[in-house]
Design a protein around this ligand. Structure first.
Ligand SMILES: *Cc1c(COP(=O)(O)O)cnc(C)c1O
Length: 233
């Protein structure tokens, strides 16, 4: 695992920020309403340190084992590590203790396991509910139809703090409308859930290197960016 020089990262970041700003301008949104989570998977711990040094929202990792190794060796204990990948229930204990937030809560059983684990660890664990808003058979995430039951269960977990929703758009580079529809649907799902359960759910984690522009136009508050910041994996 290695990492590009910091100067190159800063130049990449400037381009990502310009894209976010352009999409915000298009949508009439303030630039400060969108934050950038640096996706550091497959890159060295250095990448997470860059992200913090540049004032980004944190470092996103999709594999628990890889992330735990980085967290253990990272010299800066203030790095905010977020889990953005699928979480097996048997790793819930470790995840609940190690991550600043888990974005991939996609089933009731997992929410309840994380709740118990967070309670044991003596903390409140911020989470996002992962929703398969693009109905993509290749993606994890609860179906939109199952989202109310998942939220209801998560809200009953005293050691979890549900901050919003996360989605990954289907891969369809030839048809940008697919991602746009997925993001719009996540926002609509959030609006409906917030109304039904009378909870704010402010965070909408959506958009990556190839589709962050569409995501910001549809209301994303957190784009998860790897390739555009650190180069190809
Ligand atoms: C890898 C990954 C990203 C970042 O993807 P890029 O296309 O490299 O920006 C975002 N979200 C999730 C869930 C990922 O696994």
């Amino acid at each position: 695992m290695d990492c590009i020089p910091y100067e190159e990262f800063l130049a990449n970041l400037a381009r990502v920020r310009a894209r976010v700003a352009a999409a915000c301008a298009d949508a009439g949104r303030p630039v400060v309403s969108v934050r950038i989570l640096a996706v550091t998977k497959t890159h060295s711990v250095e990448a997470a340190l860059y992200a913090m040094r540049a004032g980004l929202a944190g470092a996103g990792e999709n594999r628990v084992q890889e992330a735990l190794e980085k967290i253990a060796t990272c010299p800066d204990k203030t790095v905010r590590w977020e889990l953005i990948g699928h979480l097996q229930s048997n790793k819930a204990n470790k995840a609940a203790a190690a991550f600043a937030r888990v974005q991939s809560v996609d089933r009731i059983e997992l929410a309840q396991k994380l709740d118990r684990a967070a309670a044991v660890a003596g903390r409140i664990l911020p989470v996002l509910l992962q929703i398969n808003a693009g109905d993509d058979p290749a993606k994890f995430g609860a179906n939109c139809a199952d989202a109310p039951a998942l939220l209801e269960a998560a809200l009953k977990c005293p050691a979890l703090k549900v901050e919003g929703l996360m989605t990954i758009a289907p891969l369809a580079p030839e048809n940008p409308d697919v991602a746009k529809k997925c993001f719009a649907r996540l926002r609509e799902t959030r609006d409906a859930l917030a109304k039904q359960f009378k909870v704010p759910l402010p965070e909408l984690s959506m958009g990556m290197t190839d589709d962050l522009d569409a995501a910001v136009k549809e209301g994303s508050t957190l784009v998860r960016v790897g390739t555009a910041l650190f180069g190809r994996r």
